[in-house]
Structures are given as structure tokens and as C-alpha cells.
Write a protein that binds this ligand. Sequence first.
Ligand SMILES: [Zn+2]
Length: 609
Amino acid sequence: MRMNKSKPILAFIFLLIWSCQSNRVAIENKEPSSVYNSETVLSEETDKSKLVKKLERKISEYQGSAQRDFDLLHTSLDLSFDFENEWVIGEAMLTLKPYFFSQKTIVLDAKDFEIHGVALVDEAGKNDLNFQYDTQKLTVYLPEEFSLKDTLTVNIRYTAMPNENSGSGSAAITDRKGLYFINSDGEENKPTQIWTQGETEHNSKWVPTFDRPNERATHDIKLTVEEKFRTISNGALIASTANGDGTRTDHWEMNLPHAPYLMAVVVGEFVEIEDSWEDIQVNYYVEEKYAEGAKTVFKHTPEMIGFFSDLLGVKYPWQKYDQVVVRDFVSGAMENTTISVFMEELNLDERAAIDSEWDGIIAHELFHQWFGNYVTNESWSNLTLNEAFANYSEYLWYDYKEGSDEADLHHVSEMEQYMAEASRKQVDLIRFYYDDPEDMFDSHSYAKGGRILHMLRNHLGDLAFFESLKHYLTKHAFQSVEVHDLRLAFEEVTGMDLNWFFNQWFLDSGHPILEYEVDYSQPDNLLLTVAQRQDFETTPLYKLPFKVSWYVDGERKEKDFVLEKEWQQFALENETPVSLMYFDERKVLLAEKNSFRGLDHFVRQFNES
Ligand SMILES: [Zn+2]
């Protein structure tokens, strides 16, 4: 579905004028018995009711940001696991306050739980509360109205059954259990593990919460497991206590606020490979037999943390950074705050590790620690604010580590990935209409978003681009954002208006289809003609800054132009006569480009190469 910001309104006004005029005509020519007229009225009614239905759907199906009735401040969790039934036995203490308006009920996401009791906790103790539970939402009735000056603590005892209602996956993840038991009875030929996958709204399968990306809270989690298991979670391990019955309770504390979908728990028999960057612990966790391989697979991580910290001017913002490789993961990898989880393809022995390369996915998850975790999309409609950056980080890393040729290859392959998807569907990058949040995880949000950032960087220059990102990250640290926050950050730093850029690329669909031709008849002043050939009914007429380049005695010359018409000519005024020029030589433009070049062009290109 495509919902343009301005066009439907224009179309609506047009239809309104059209229908008013038609009505007037119908009234003036009063011939009620005429078959012709009743059909006209009928068709008008049908058209109007279609339009009304469409407009009503536009309101009812709009995917906005979740309304915040409460602000969750802190969650204390105490979890143990029933491996036989694959259940989570939990007790949660939620500290929260009304967001603005006074509240008498709390509605929490708690999917497929059995609720054993809900209580309000104060100095005097616990007071049981009435609640209603419909297997997905827990509605808690408070004894009185609480205002935004009040902070309250609610205790919930529950059993979570993550396997209930599971099985329906998506292109992004293959299931939505939230918490997964792997080989829980030990009968299969693989290790026994537990791990979680919260994005998009699946952590409420094991913790009662406001499972929306615009929520943000600290938490601490107690995990009681068999002695043989290691636990890994967000933040720092602050205590580990043997219980004397073959179990141990690990206490993890996440004292910096982050979104609920970024909470994570991993349990299993892993070895720890210690590494570090500056004063930050950077550990890798894998099954013992892959320990040597992991040292190779993840070896660039500290250097990456340093590279991204310097590039962004914002030091890695969290307590530590763990990377864990688990079995049967439902996605490629997930950037939970301070603990990224990877699929088992990264389980490699020493030899296989040398022959493989995982820097792209490692960079991607790491960059999310800034874009996604430190600053978070306020709704899944804005997913590209997380994924475009993570996607672009792969290019940034390759460019730094492997050189521009390697980076360009990656860039072109990402562009092709988007183009392949665009041949099947073209949707707004920021889109407020989708059936399922998981639908947002496509090559638009990732590859197209990354290419748009590359264009913006080329338009503004490196200094302005990275200064703007630093401003965006600093201004919105520990906050949720929408696309306008990104635009404003760029505008505040550069002093430029960038509405045109964001409107055509982030808030609209499609891409330019360009035809171009170079007139070489005047070698000291080549003439470039460019035409936009996309369908303007569905795609913008673009304003496109671009570069042309040519070489004089092996030296590269470059000039900036802006295409802002359907058909436009540009005189190069190159002065020194040249016989060959390149339009967008570095393939910055996310566009289909077709040249009308005669045979003489290819002869020139052959002679010059
Ligand atoms: Zn990502």
C-alpha cells in the first residue's frame, strides 16, 4: 500500500470539487425518472463511498507511535526455567509513573502467561490488586487514581509459556516465541540453551512490560539456572550466588535505560573469550569447540568499537559488549544492548574461521548500539532510523579496513538488492501503513536507507555529515526519535533546509530513472543532458545533487550540479578539452541510469583506459 503525504489530499480536494460540481449539475437538471441521471447519482454515490472508505481506512489503519499512559522506570525480574514444559517461572517488580495524565488502570503486554497474582507494593507491604487477563494484555486495576507525581511499584507473579501461539514467523524472523528453549530435554545432538529474541514486540512473551520501542527503562534480572550453565544478559553481572541445590542465581543489572525489545537473556554452556577496548570488556561466547575460531571471527571488534567511536564523536555508550553465538537462531543476528546474539553460522573452527569473513554483520550489530539502542526509533514505521545506519556501517567499516574498492563493491551490491526488491514493490521508506511490524524489515529499510545516507553524506561532505550525526546522537541520547529529529539535527548543524531531501527519499517511494547523454562536439565545454523518466503519478520528480568527473593528464576533475527538472542540460565549462566525462562516476545516486552513448563514446573510453 502506498500512502503519499500530499497527493491523496490533493486528490481528495480534486474529487471534492468534482463531486460538488457534479451534484450541482444533477440538481439543475431535475429529471428523476431518467435512467441516465439515477445511474449518474448512483455512480457518484459509489465513488464517494469508495473515497470515504479509503479515507476512513487511512485513519483506522495508521500505524502511529504507541500512546504512553505510563513511563516504566525500572523492572526487577526474578526468573527460573521449567525445561520439561519449556516455561518461564517469573516474578516481576515494575516501577512506573503516569506519563502525564492520571491513571487508574495499567495495561501491560504479557503474552501467553498464566498470572498467579498482582499486587501493589509500598512500605507497608503487598496489597493484592484486581486484574483482568486475556492471554495477551494484562489490565491491572489500581485502588485509586495515580497522578504523574506518583511513582508506584507493581508486583506480578506469573508463568510464561512462550511456545503458545508460536510458529508464525516472517521474512525477518522465523518465529515469534520471544524466548526459545533449545534441546530442552537434552535428547537432541546439540547443546541445551535458552536465548531470547525481542524485536519487534516479542519480549513480552517472557516479561510483562510496555512492549513498544518508545518505552525505555533500566532493569535488573536474577536468573536461576543449573550450576553448569553460564548466563549472559544486558549490563553487568553484579552477583552470582550458589544456592546449594545444584543451582546458581546470577544477578544482572542494566543501569542505563533502553527499549524493552533490546532486553536479552542467554543461558547455555559457553566458553568466555576475553577481549577489551579501552576500559570496556568485549567478550565472545561460543561453544567450547569453537573457541579458537571465535578468536578469529570476532577479532576486529575492539578496533571497530574504536573506529565507530571516533567517527561518530560519541564513545561506545554502554557498560560492556558481549557477542554470543547460539543454536537455531531465528534471524542472522540481534543487537540487544551490550549483548549481540548471532546465528550458528558463526560457529567455526580455527581453519574455517580464517577462510570466512563476518565483519559486515559484526559491524552492523555493533553500530546498532548507537543507532537503535542509544537513540531508538519511536515506532516501527521509523525502522530505517535503526537499520539504514546499521546497514551503512558495513560500508563505513569496509571503506576503513579494506579500502574503497571493497566498500564500493558492497555499496553496489546493496543498491542491487534494493533495486531487485523495487521491481516487486515500492513503498515509502518511513511508512505508517503495514500489516505486521515484521513487514518493515525489508530491503527498503536496510539497503535503500543505507544508500540514502550515502547520498546525504556525499551532498553535505564528511565533516557536516558526521558532525550532524554526533549532534543527533548527543541531543537524543537515551531517547526515541522519528525521522524529523534526524532531519532537524542535520539542519541545525549545517544551516541548510533539508525538507526536500527527506521528503523525496524518506517519506516517499521509488527512485529516479534517468536517461542521459553527453554532447562531445565542443570538447572544452561538454554538454550533459539528463531526463527523469520515472512515473510521476507514483514517484517524485527528484531534486538530485550529482557530480560529473573527467580526467586531465590522469588528474581527476569534478564538478557539482543539481538536477531539478524533468529534462535539464548542464554545460561543463571544463575549459581544457576532454574527450570523456563521467556522470555520477562513483555511483552515489540511488537511481537507474541509462545512457544514450554513441559508438564513439566507447571508442574514447577504450582509448583512455
Ligand atoms: Zn539491523
